[in-house]
Design a protein around this ligand. Structure first.
Ligand code: NDP
Length: 372
């Protein structure tokens, strides 16, 4: 069990990565040659922007997932991608022709990486083609849209995943393993934050109609999703506060939000997010017997961590998107149980996002979460 592929399979299966600590350094080395498995998950990417490029590059190192198609509104990008990734003409679509993917037996799954507020429409379109879907975070503008996306995928009999890449990341998996095994003892507190200073004031991320919201939607979901995997519980109440230090730039969307999540056990997660300053990225979970601190915790990595026992020694960094796409390929091709990145998991986050915004609208009032 000392190949990189075995490592990927263990991560995707959720097997504790500390068990892999004895592997030779080369076992998980990013420079290891790619040996492709016989069965491949054939992926098309929809929306060829910044993140699509990162996913496509990372997939070059996948053993079980291959980039085979694109959906784009920009013909020049399609030409570039065709040449760069050897994509045949017959696997290229635009937003008007995308429904024709249903007749293409060479595409298994479409990865939606368009702006947030288009996810709902695009996931519904892909579900109607009968192809599986991966959708980037945030799933949609709100829980209502997310429920509609889940219903459309269930009706079409296709799988629906959210691009929560950290669920395949070794430090994050180790933290979850430590919490589940009881090594941390009873969880007592969580303190997570994620934000950055946003640049170009004309970008879609600052426009409500395309972004759905601001920092909370974009990166606050990492702090929130993290609070759920730090505790293994679902929040029952939310309070939130917003401040805008630059009301002109952030006229349409939220700039900086702090929010608190109350869990059934009594644990409170204190979280924050921003679009207006850097160096705001940390996960800290404290139990009666120990703690885990990840910092950086949510970006592309390398993630760094320490526990009460000292620095976390994880295998060499592999791009999260490589781990995610190989992990999903393994699950889909080998009929393995779905991980915690399904549409239903995304819905749990969107219910809390809705409650965060409701609390802010109501002056920080405590919002009790209705699970229905
Ligand atoms: P970009 O703006 O870089 O790319 C979005 C692409 O969507 C565009 O290039 C375009 O591609 C397509 N598109 C279709 N309609 C529109 C429209 N009306 N306006 C703008 N673009 C449009 O965004 P990102 O790649 O940074 O983000 C895309 C999604 O990925 C977001 O939901 C974001 O939250 C998520 N993301 C996730 C990350 C993660 O770590 N999981 C990291 C970064 C982003 P084309 O020209 O081909 O049609």
């Amino acid at each position: 069990m000392n190949s990189r592929r075995d490592f990927l399979q263990k991560v995707s299966l959720g097997i504790g990565v500390t068990a892999l600590a004895g592997l030779p350094a080369s076992a998980a080395a990013p420079s290891a040659p790619v040996v492709r498995a016989e069965k491949q998950l054939r992926v098309a990417i929809m929306g060829l922007g910044g993140y699509a490029n990162i996913v496509a590059e990372a997939m070059q190192k996948c053993t079980m997932a291959t980039l085979v198609g694109v959906v784009s509104g920009t013909p020049s990008k399609v030409d570039t991608w065709k040449k760069k990734y050897n994509i045949p003409d017959k696997n290229t679509y635009n937003y008007e022709t995308v429904s024709e993917i249903k007749n293409n037996p060479d595409i298994d799954i479409v990865y939606v990486t368009t702006p947030n507020s288009l996810h709902h429409k695009h996931v519904l379109q892909i579900a109607a083609t009968g192809k599986h879907v991966i959708c980037e975070k945030p799933v949609a503008d709100n829980a209502k849209q997310t429920r509609e996306m889940i219903a459309a995928c269930e009706k079409a009999g296709v799988k629906f995943y959210i691009g929560y890449r950290l669920h395949f990341e070794p430090h994050t998996r180790e933290l979850i393993r430590m919490r589940e095994s009881g090594e941390l003892g009873k969880i007592m507190h969580v303190n997570n934050y994620m934000g950055f200073k946003s640049g170009d004031p004309t970008q879609w991320r600052l426009k409500k109609a395309l972004a759905g919201g601001g920092a909370m939607m974009d990166v606050g979901v990492y702090a929130l999703n993290g609070a759920r995997y730090c505790t293994g519980e679902e929040p029952i109440w939310v309070t939130a506060q917003e401040t805008k230090t630059d009301p002109i730039k952030f006229k349409e969307v939220d700039e900086t939000i702090t929010f608190q999540l109350g869990f059934p056990s009594g644990v409170i997660a204190n979280c924050g997010t921003t679009y207006n300053f850097n160096n705001f990225e940390r996960l800290y979970v404290i139990g009666e017997k120990g703690f885990v601190e990840l910092s950086p915790a949510f970006g592309y990595g390398p993630i760094k961590g320490r526990t009460n026992a000292g620095p976390m020694n994880m295998p060499a960094h592999i791009p999260h998107q490589t781990l995610q796409m190989d992990g999903l390929a393994d699950i889909i091709l080998n009929n393995k149980p779905d991980p915690h990145i399904t549409g239903h998991e995304g819905l749990k986050d969107m219910i809390v996002v809705d409650a965060v915004y409701e609390s802010i609208r109501k002056g920080g009032q405590k919002i009790f979460i209705n699970k229905a």
